[in-house]
Design a protein around this ligand. Structure first.
Ligand code: DAH
Length: 345
């Protein structure tokens, strides 16, 4: 009987390999492994054999059954793979144009921030960031803008709805990046050279030149012996890096409570080269930032001795600089998420 088993086994395997399509598999299975299949019938006959032969024939038949079953499974898998690769082959038409991969890019203000920070990094400034929800102390108090001082009116503030027991609201959305001057000085000793890019918030009606959320880049350098000449040299170099090597700069007195003296810095108009045009409002000059020598009171507020240390600070608006550079006439375009605008950069 073992011979019979072997015969059926090899015949079955041979036939299986020769089958040309998956529909034929079921017929094959029925004729060998089905209820009335030839191997099944043999297996059934095992019980009527004499004891000795029964054991041998039984295990041979069972082995053969297992072999046929796994061969069947393998063939099924073969047919499945064949069908799949045929389908793939059909759907690839190499003459069709490829799918367009939508390429993202950095937001124009992100690009601007990086360009600004890089210019200062070249001059040894570190880039740090700080919290957008800030304490009154850092945003105003420590920057020499006490409670009730009229200078507070320079910033229309969004206060956070958090009230202390004595009814004060000491928390706000920072109105400028200047509070980071204090945080940096509190946590470091001179020499300090940092730039701070970040979002700031104002309680402001929006128009072509105002947004309630926008960016600033703050700068601070503190050490022994820093003078106004360092401020001028550094900011002059910055203007030339960003707006071209033949830029001229102009400093005029301005008031900011945390610097003394305070200035605003202008560059000569890069469009009309100082003759006067639409961009510069016919003046030939474009204001690009506020700056000044760090006020002695501010140094005292962080326990720096103003007779030992001096420094300069500056603050600028990347949106304004991007608007000037690219001739954009409405700041709101930056935050309207209109892809037609954004993809130009
Ligand atoms: N924080 C000022 C503002 O938001 C800008 C500024 C002016 C920053 C002068 C400075 C500075 O560091 O020295 O209007």
């Amino acid at each position: 009987m073992t011979d019979q088993v072997q015969e059926i086994r090899s015949k079955a395997l041979q036939e299986l390999e020769a089958l040309g399509d998956p529909q034929a598999l079921e017929g094959w299975r029925i004729s060998y492994l089905g209820r009335k299949g030839s191997l099944t019938r043999l297996l059934r006959g095992v019980s009527s054999l004499p004891q000795e032969e029964r054991r041998l024939a039984g295990s041979a038949a069972n082995n053969a059954k297992r072999d046929l079953e796994s061969a069947l499974a393998r063939r099924e898998e073969d047919f499945k793979q064949q069908a799949l690769s045929r389908k793939l082959g059909e759907s690839i038409d190499v003459t069709l144009p490829g799918h367009r991969v939508p390429l993202g890019r950095l937001h124009p203000i992100t690009q601007m921030l990086r360009e600004i920070c890089q210019a200062f990094a070249q001059m040894g400034f570190q880039v740090v960031e700080g919290p957008e929800v800030e304490w009154d102390y850092y945003n105003f108090e420590a920057l020499n803008i006490p409670q009730g001082h009229p200078a507070r009116d320079m910033w229309d503030t969004l206060w956070i709805d958090y009230e202390t027991e004595d009814g004060r609201h000491p928390m706000l959305l920072r109105t400028h990046t200047s509070p980071m001057q204090i945080r940096v000085m509190e946590n470091n000793r001179p020499p300090i050279r940092v730039v701070v890019p970040g979002r700031v918030y104002r309680y402001e009606a929006t128009d072509a030149t105002h947004e309630s959320m926008f960016f600033q880049v703050e700068g601070l350098a503190v050490d022994q012996g820093i003078t106004f000449a360092d401020l001028k040299g550094t900011l002059y170099q910055f203007a030339r890096l960003l707006f071209g090597p033949d830029r001229k700069v102009r400093f005029r007195c301005d008031y900011f409570p945390f610097v003394e003296p305070g200035v605003d810095m202008s560059i000569d108009c890069f469009l009309c080269r100082g003759r006067g045009c639409r961009i510069c409002g016919e003046t030939g000059w474009i204001e690009i930032m506020g700056a000044g020598m760090v006020h002695p009171k501010v140094l005292e507020n962080v326990d720096y001795d103003p007779s030992v240390y001096t420094g300069f600070a500056f603050g600028l608006g990347p949106e304004r600089i991007a608007m000037l550079k690219y001739g954009i006439d409405d700041i709101r375009l930056f935050y309207a998420n209109d892809i037609r605008f954004l993809r130009q950069f």
